[in-house]
Design a protein around this ligand. Structure first.
Ligand code: ACO
Length: 431
């Protein structure tokens, strides 16, 4: 059934095509609006704008639903692994045994960085934020592979290799960025270790002794990667799509995604949550003073890890992470006062009219930092962990653009409110 929408401006009516997605998401297609009417639509912050048609991830923010390729996040969290989920997200369906083995082999094959990349790491000061290093080094890595640097979408095989290389190397780069910041020698990846275990090895092993990884720890970090693997058209994914739409290469597009993710309102929120909890702890506040400040628009404070553009209900990932957080801390026999503060903050906020009326619930970042802290991951690496996890989602979105014969360069319009025609005045006359 074809659906239409009508737009009336100044007594004139235009008919616009409407469409409906497979989960009932309705949209009015305004692509040709300016051509036929002279009007553009204005939606600052894109809260009501669909920027693409996608088959990857479905979110129902009102109901708190998240599904990758149709599969609920809860099922994947319980039964899958990050690597298997990465395959699902990129290629559209769960892999068979042999597909998974081939994908894992590619990840192993590409885990080493080009040896010359070590010199690039050396150029960064020890104080450099690992997100800056990650973004720069993802771009740099493309320079060591001609096919990736002079990217042209030719065949799926080239893409598979590039995708596996990125997923594998982002982990090596991330671990190196951490070791660089601590002045520690780099630890090479080991072919026999699985994805997440290998990352922990590169982070924490000594040159002469492998770091002992408790299975619960590897599992918890793998879960964090999996829960971050995609989240439809958020700030960083939209950035990746924006850059990809110019036909930039996969590594360049995803390195831009890292920059977008870095900010405290997005992937940097997990770091900001921990810093907030530490500040609350150090000042002897039980959270009440911070909540009061977060409600005061003049304080410049927000309850970090709370609220979401799309979720107006409990973020389903936050529920899973909260449970995992309790389990990991119990396994490791850690009692963290920050976890108590977080739980207290959550309970207080969930019955505070300010947060209730605005439908502000904990998001994925609220508890993930406490798990990472328990594992021994330093706070500045939190957004890096997010970026490793998000790589399959960015890659899948990149692939979707490259495979779409109708894909166009992204180019929004604006409503100009600056000066009207104005003329150049010479320096002498400008007093
Ligand atoms: N603390 C206090 N007040 C908040 C918070 C918060 N964390 N989040 C939103 N609000 C308030 C806003 O001030 C606004 O109040 P108003 O209606 O009185 O003006 C109202 O709730 C609506 O919020 P918006 O600003 O419209 O929410 P928006 O969709 O623009 O922003 C965002 C979403 C950025 C996530 C916001 O909630 C926020 O800054 N949260 C804290 C940072 C954070 O946790 N980010 C992680 C997001 S999840 C992710 O990227 C993985």
């Amino acid at each position: 059934m074809s659906v239409e929408a009508k737009l009336e401006v100044n007594g004139q009516t235009w008919t616009l095509p409407a469409l409906e997605g497979s989960e009932g998401e309705k949209a009015v297609n305004i692509s040709d609006l300016r051509l036929s009417t002279g009007y553009i639509t204005l939606d600052e912050g894109y809260g009501n704008t669909g920027s693409c048609i996608s088959k990857i991830t479905f979110i129902d923010g009102e109901k708190g639903i998240l599904r990758y390729r149709g599969i609920p996040i809860e099922e994947l969290a319980e039964k899958s692994t990050f690597v298997e989920t990465a395959y699902l997200i990129i290629y559209g369906s769960l892999p068979t045994d042999s597909q998974l083995a081939a994908f894992s082999d590619l990840l192993t094959q590409y885990s080493m960085l080009h040896e010359d990349m070590k010199f690039h790491f050396e150029g960064f000061p020890a104080s450099a934020h690992p997100m800056a290093i990650l973004s720069a080094m993802i771009n740099a890595a493309s320079c060591f592979d001609d096919k990736i640097m002079h990217w042209q979408w030719k065949n799926l095989k080239d893409f598979e290799a590039a995708a596996a290389k990125l997923i594998s190397q982002v982990r090596t780069i991330a671990a190196y960025a951490y070791r660089k910041s601590r002045g520690l020698p780099f630890i090479y990846p080991k072919r026999t270790y699985k994805y997440t275990r290998n990352f922990l090895h590169m982070m924490f092993s000594a040159p002469d002794e492998d770091f002992e990884v408790k299975p619960e720890v590897a599992k918890a970090l793998d879960l964090i990667f999996l829960l971050h693997a995609d989240h439809e058209q958020n700030c960083s994914t939209s950035t990746v799509r924006m850059v990809a739409s110019s036909q930039a290469n996969l590594f360049a597009s995803c390195s831009a995604g890292v920059c977008a993710l870095w900010g405290p309102l997005h992937g940097g929120a997990n770091q900001a949550v921990l810093e907030m909890l530490e500040q609350i702890h150090q000042t002897g506040d039980d959270g009440s003073r911070f909540i009061a400040a977060a409600k005061d628009k003049n304080s410049g404070k927000k309850l970090m890890g709370f609220g979401h553009r799309v979720y107006k209900n409990y973020d389903p990932r936050a529920k899973i992470i909260k449970k995992a957080c309790d389990e990991v801390l119990a396994h490791l026999n850690i009692s963290d006062p920050l976890l108590d503060i977080a739980k207290h903050l959550e309970a207080a906020a969930l019955k505070d009219p300010y947060f209730v009326e605005r439908k502000l619930y904990p998001n994925v970042d609220f508890y993930s930092g406490i798990i990472m802290r328990a594992i021994g991951i330093p706070v500045e690496m939190f957004p890096v962990i997010f970026a490793i996890g998000r790589m399959p989602g960015w890659i899948a979105n990149y692939k979707e653009i490259m495979e779409d014969p109708k894909s166009r360069i992204s180019r929004p319009r604006q409503v100009y409110i600056g000066k009207t025609l104005n003329h150049y005045v010479s320096l002498e006359q400008r007093q």
